[in-house]
Design a protein around this ligand. Structure first.
Ligand SMILES: Nc1nc2c(c(=O)[nH]1)N[C@H]1C(S)=C(S)[C@@H](COP(=O)(O)O)O[C@H]1N2
Ligand SMILES: [Mo]
Length: 248
């Protein structure tokens, strides 16, 4: 018997796969940040396959006893002057500024705003493309809930995030943004997210590789054209050879 997974893979690999490459744009199957060429076709297929397979899928959740005792952090606590100043004040002045295709561009979300919203928790694995991973509990507000408050315009297709530190930025499409496991997180393992893990606010995108879970987020841009944001390729990581869509 053909499982749903096999069926979808076969369909995408065959004629339907080509349709996805040529007409995928309308279906949201073409990843952002593509520059074209043979490699791009492969990336479209990977992305389209994963999108069809995971449309309703969830990242695996774990139990508390599976939480990693010593999670590895990719960064040191930021030394950025603004960061340190806000850290000393308990991040009361930290803002996530929202721009782009929302009802009121320029809105600024504070930690208190996030704390006031209905929280969601998850115990998920953060998987780095370099081969290591850790399991942690995250608490935050589903990005989809935040977006519903912000009322994106119907033409909005992507949500991009910028960070206070190190120029890292990234974006996800509306499906991923509205997935219930995609969080703007403010707690890790029952405490405020430590600076080295991206506090006070970090994006958690458990259905994709770790680099999509941006740390130290301070700006959010809702857009219908990712080419107009930063390097135009959907992610700071794309220039470094990573793909924009990093489904796991
Ligand atoms: N701002 C920022 N976000 C970032 C990174 C970074 O260097 N800077 N590293 C990314 C990568 S490659 C991974 S695997 C995860 C690591 O999260 P951790 O530091 O909690 O382990 O954060 C991602 N988010
Ligand atoms: Mo990573």
């Amino acid at each position: 018997m053909m499982t749903r997974r096999k069926w979808a893979a076969a369909a995408v690999g065959g004629v339907a796969g080509w349709t996805a490459v040529t007409k995928g744009k309308d279906l949201g199957l073409v990843p952002a940040g593509l520059t074209g060429g043979l490699y791009a076709a492969g990336e479209v297929l990977t992305h389209a396959t994963q999108k069809l397979l995971t449309k309703h899928g969830n990242a695996r959740e774990f139990t508390r006893d599976q939480i990693s005792p010593k999670p590895f952090a990719t960064t040191h606590p930021p030394k950025n002057e603004d960061y340190v100043r806000m850290q000393q004040a308990g991040f009361a002045d930290w803002r996530l500024k929202v721009d782009g295709l929302v009802e009121k561009p320029g809105v600024e979300l504070s930690l208190a705003d996030l704390h006031a919203a209905k929280a969601s928790s998850q115990i998920t694995q953060l998987v780095c493309e370099e081969g290591w991973s850790y399991i942690a509990e995250w608490k935050g507000v589903p990005l989809g809930d935040v977006l519903r408050q912000l009322q994106p315009k119907p033409e909005a297709k992507y949500v991009a995030f910028l960070t206070i530190q190190d120029g890292w930025w990234d974006s996800i499409d509306m499906d991923e943004a509205n997935h219930p496991q995609t969080l703007i997180a403010y707690e890790m393992n029952g405490a405020p997210i430590p600076p080295q893990h991206g506090g006070p606010m970090r994006l958690r995108v458990p259905r994709q590789l770790g680099y999509k879970s941006l740390k130290f987020i301070n700006r959010m841009i809702v857009t219908d054209d990712i080419r107009a944001v930063q390097n135009g390729r959907g992610s700071g990581a794309v220039g470094a050879g990573y793909s924009w869509y990093a489904g796991i």
